[in-house]
Design a protein around this ligand. Structure first.
Ligand code: AMP
Length: 278
């Protein structure tokens, strides 16, 4: 694996790269979820480029930028072992020079759910993803369904702004007990991790009730809420049942597909998860 630390060095290599080029971006703290994106990219691309950058602009002032559980050496080794060809680790000063003054901002879709409790978060995401697409110039870019809203926001940005890249969505990878893999799981104590199992249990129960014919949105949301409430360490930020494209909340009767998503805090740890009801 070639490790690059400047945009110029990537540009020099880029002219000779064999397409299709598949891009797998991460903030770091690489786990099997990220590596499943590499596997997906390897299936249909000739060159796999990964991007490792802890983007400060998508973190709020009271969030975990400074303690984010990412270990560069370990991340490099995992991406290398999984078959990434080129890894770009840009420097913050090259991405955001002192005179940087541009924001890529989408509309309503970024104000709902995560956007409502993390103001400015998606502006940071869409700005860095735009820069990343312009720098890497991939044919395909791989994103996880674990971050369902992020995926929708990026799909919408690519459509609205005509980025010449195909967005490939990849299913959520979970531990054997159902907990969705996340870099932030490293923050959890054993007791907290045990409580966190109620997230998937709640989503799973709600999906089962939907599959058994329940179509009342409030009842389905409530199945999740009641399950999570059994875990004393968890504070619910939201449990949402929304249209999967617009992310507008569904009231009354569910007409599938619908996105059932949630965000919670366990102590200081912020976790999200979702399932699609189809
Ligand atoms: P992050 O480093 O958290 O920004 O994640 C980088 C990419 O990995 C994003 O597209 C995430 O949606 C994806 N990802 C994170 N966790 C998982 C998971 N458990 N399963 C599948 N994809 C994931």
């Amino acid at each position: 694996m070639e490790i690059l630390r400047t945009i110029e060095s990537y540009r020099e290599l880029y002219v000779d790269l064999q397409g299709p080029i598949g891009l797998v971006p991460t903030l770091g703290g690489v786990h099997e979820g990220h590596l499943s994106l590499v596997d997906a990219a390897k299936k249909d691309c000739k060159t796999i480029v990964s991007w490792l950058f802890l983007n400060p602009k998508q973190f709020g002032p009271n969030e975990d930028l400074n303690s984010y559980p990412a270990e560069e050496k370990e991340d490099i080794s995992l991406l290398d072992q999984r078959g990434v060809d080129i890894l770009l680790i840009p420097k913050t000063i090259d991405i955001y020079p002192s005179d940087f003054d541009t924001v890529v901002k989408l509309g309503k879709i970024t104000e709902l759910l995560e956007g409502s409790r993390r103001p400015g978060h998606f502006d940071g995401v869409t700005t860095i993803v735009s820069k990343m697409f312009n720098i890497i110039q991939p044919d395909r870019a791989y994103f996880g369904e674990k971050d369902a809203q992020q995926l929708r926001v990026i799909q919408k940005m690519v459509k609205d702004l005509n980025f010449p890249v195909e967005i490939i969505s990849c299913p959520t990878v979970r531990d054997n007990d159902g907990l969705a893999l996340s870099s932030r799981n490293k923050y959890l104590s054993i007791v907290e991790r045990n409580d966190a199992l109620s997230l998937y249990q709640g989503l799973h129960n709600a999906k089962a009730s939907f599959e058994n014919g329940e179509r009342n949105a409030d009842i389905v949301r409530n199945v999740v809420i009641q399950e999570i409430k059994k875990s004393p360490l968890i504070t619910i930020d939201y449990v949402s049942l929304s249209d999967p494209l617009s992310l507008v909340e569904i009231s009354g009767k569910i007409t599938p597909p619908a996105l059932l998503s949630l965000a919670v805090h366990i102590g200081k740890t912020h976790l999200i998860d979702n399932v699609l009801l189809e």
